[in-house]
Design a protein around this ligand. Structure first.
Ligand SMILES: [Zn+2]
Length: 327
């Protein structure tokens, strides 16, 4: 994350530096953690297994308007007690389903001690500056993963979708609810596991960028190469935190956005143009690679199973690698 400050400073000095929505998909190893900022307001959706407080300190974030726990597994809430002790949290939202683990109990205790106002994950809309966070309530009486809280974020024409570790049952439930729309950025459910992606889910969300939050060398086999290929085949540019490090999204209200990553080269920024998301015409893939930085990322990423890329081949897609720069 050492390069993160430089990247943010780049954004602040870029021509796009009007009011914008920022999303940081943090590289927290095997787990999920995302910071969302708009107009001086901050929300956090999952905090990963540990260590998020240091990241917040780096960015001088001391007050958090909203913390969302998608579900009570340690790879999503492990860092929660520490966060609640070290930072001011105004609102805390979870699915309200009790869990038996020690980390869940410590989290509940920390929420009570923090003074944060508790919110249950009913279908509601929460305002974060000029952004709206629509809470997607989980189905009743389901498994822990299928009880994940979903967040559909809207910022003008820009949309992003977070679904924790949802599996097929919950994805179907949301699809039948009619709440799911095309989005610009999507966090792939359940760390890229095959049970967190389906053809119907891809067709309904159709993101321009799909982010997989996953730890290198994890014992679950996440992410699935079939899942990566499915999102890519649907036109999404796939990012994964084990290869790319932290993934930064800076979005404008017209739906345009840029993405760069912790391990990209200094000018390794990909610009995405707004597109008619709900047009009957299938949108072209509006991806313009400014620099072929992701190839270097993959050549260095152990999780990509790639030994070496020749220096004279700037763009190459190693087998099984999420990076999809076109030669
Ligand atoms: Zn998880």
């Amino acid at each position: 994350m050492g390069k993160a400050l430089g990247l943010i400073l780049w954004f602040l000095t870029s021509p796009l530096a009007a009011q914008q929505l920022e999303i940081h998909f943090l590289n927290v190893g095997q787990g999920d953690a995302a910071i969302v900022q708009e107009g001086g307001h901050t929300a956090i959706i999952d905090v990963g297994p540990s260590g998020i407080s240091a990241y917040l300190t780096t960015f001088h974030i001391d007050t958090i308007d909203l913390v969302v726990a998608s579900h009570p597994h340690a790879d999503h809430i492990g860092g929660m007690p520490e966060l609640l002790r070290s930072h001011v949290v105004r609102f805390y939202l979870d699915n309200g389903i009790p869990h038996t683990t020690a980390i869940y109990r410590r989290t509940v205790d920390a929420v009570r001690a923090s003074g944060a106002q508790y919110l249950n994950a009913t279908s509601r809309t929460i305002t974060l500056g000029a952004a709206q966070l629509h809470v997607l309530a989980p189905p009743p009486n389901t498994t822990i993963n299928n009880g994940s809280v979903g967040i559909l974020m809207e910022y003008g024409q820009f949309r992003a979708l977070f679904t924790g570790d949802s599996e097929q049952d919950e994805l179907r439930y949301w699809l039948t609810s009619g709440a799911i729309r095309h989005v610009n950025v999507l966090k792939v459910a359940h760390h890229g596991s095959p049970n967190g992606t389906s053809a119907n889910w891809i067709a309904a969300t159709k993101p321009q960028a799909a982010v997989i939050s996953v730890g290198a060398g994890n014992s679950y086999g996440h992410p699935s190469s079939f899942v990566i290929a499915a999102w890519e085949n649907a036109g999404a540019r796939v990012y994964r935190t084990d290869c790319d490090g932290t993934v930064f999204v800076v979005a404008n209200e017209d739906g345009s956005f840029v993405i760069t990553t912790d391990r990209a080269e200094p000018n390794g920024v990909v610009r995405f143009r707004p597109f008619a998301q709900d047009s009957a015409v299938s949108p072209a893939t509006p991806v313009e690679a400014v620099a072929p930085a992701c190839c270097r990322v993959c050549s260095a990423g152990k999780a990509c199973g790639n030994s070496r890329i020749a220096r004279d081949r700037q763009c190459h897609k190693p087998a099984g690698c999420a990076c999809n720069a076109t030669p």
